[in-house]
Design a protein around this ligand. Structure first.
Ligand code: 8YV
Length: 340
């Protein structure tokens, strides 16, 4: 019998296809967190010792503490995510550790959710649902503008970040009759263009780079946050941004919570500086108590980070992260690897 060459830690039970791949890999020996919640840090630090690979989730910080706990044989981190803001890339680089991630698997699922949040914010879906659930419908006098919101047809949609998910969102919004798209990206123009070849030319609407965030805030009827969280994007949507937005505009965040300053957003909603917000993510998630100021805002819809939560997507993320892990261990090409 072949001896198992690599010790591996897996920080969550995976959807079935990923789990099978893991079990079928004859060259690994793995320990796995079995509870249906983020693994305890102490458990991870203890089991990382001597591991060559770790497959983990967004909830697990990859920092010096973890790398030191693992030891010098650690070769690969495979993250079950597109975002890598939980990973200290410089530490991995300096230790020659490869990083796998799953950027392509969840594009469609996250773009679907962006559309859902856009329409719900404009059409006051959260507020409407709340009224029905609270039993207010029988007492609501009908009037022509009852629960009316701005239309998507004719809207200018501004993207903060214009990667795969933003572009897939734009594609989905085209049939709704949007008039124009603006985007702000830190990618060099030509690299951004690589992705959207065909989208720009075939869209039939202007899809234009913005000069700066002010232009996105000022011009857009819908602002969609789809950029990575970096020191430069933290609180990019703050008091000034929100004050610059149109009163009839909505804000959608499907990226990372800290890109939007929550206090500023609460204030903007309270003072009706913007029309509404649809959020998949929020600062300090998941610690959002029922009495949080944001939840008191009728025009704010907050869902619990479900961007990639369709079953096929999660299966694909699982198989991709296992493949990345195995490829990293075996010195082969990963499905998707971060260039560190
Ligand atoms: C993940 C995400 O689905 O992949 C990401 O970066 O934000 C989510 O969509 C989830 O966090 C699983 O790791």
């Amino acid at each position: 019998m072949m001896s198992r060459k690599y010790n591996v830690v897996v920080t969550r039970q995976l959807p079935e296809a990923g789990q099978i791949l893991l079990q079928d890999a004859s060259d690994i020996e793995f320990v796995q967190w079995t509870e249906d919640r983020p693994c305890d840090r102490d458990w991870l630090l203890q089991h990382a010792k001597g591991a060559s690979g770790i497959l983990l989730m967004l909830t697990e910080k990859v920092n010096e503490e973890l790398i030191n706990a693992a030891g010098p044989q650690l070769k690969v981190i495979a993250s079950f995510s597109v975002g890598t803001d939980h990973v200290d890339r410089s530490i991995l680089k300096s230790h020659n550790i490869r990083l796998g991630y799953t950027p392509t698997a969840l594009t469609d699922a996250c773009a679907d959710l962006a559309v859902m949040l856009t329409l719900m914010s404009q059409r006051r879906g959260g507020e409407s649902l709340r009224k029905v659930l609270d039993g207010q419908w029988p007492q609501m006098p009908w009037s022509p503008l009852l629960l009316a919101g701005p239309p998507i047809r004719g809207a200018t949609v501004g993207f903060l970040g214009f990667g795969r998910i933003a572009q897939a969102t734009l594609k989905r919004l085209l049939p709704f009759g949007i008039a124009r798209a603006l985007y702000l990206t830190s990618r060099p123009r030509e690299r951004a263009r690589e992705h959207y070849i065909g989208l720009l030319d075939g869209s039939g609407i202007p899809v234009e780079p913005a000069q700066d965030w002010r232009e996105v805030a000022r011009e857009s009827d819908v602002v969609i946050v789809g950029c990575a969280l970096t020191p430069q994007t933290k609180h990019l949507v703050g008091p000034e941004f929100l004050a610059t937005m149109k009163k009839r505009a909505v804000l959608v965040n499907i990226a990372r919570g800290p890109i939007v300053d929550t206090d500023a957003l609460v204030k903007a909603l309270e003072e009706e500086q913007i029309f509404g917000a649809g959020l998949d993510v929020v600062e300090n998630e998941p610690n959002i108590p029922a009495d949080h100021a944001l939840l008191k805002q009728e025009r704010c819809i907050l869902v619990p980070h479900i961007g990639s939560a369709n079953t096929e997507t999660r299966e694909q993320m699982a198989t991709e992260s296992v493949r990345n892990l195995l490829a990293g261990l075996r010195g082969e090409n990963m499905v998707n690897e971060v260039v560190l």
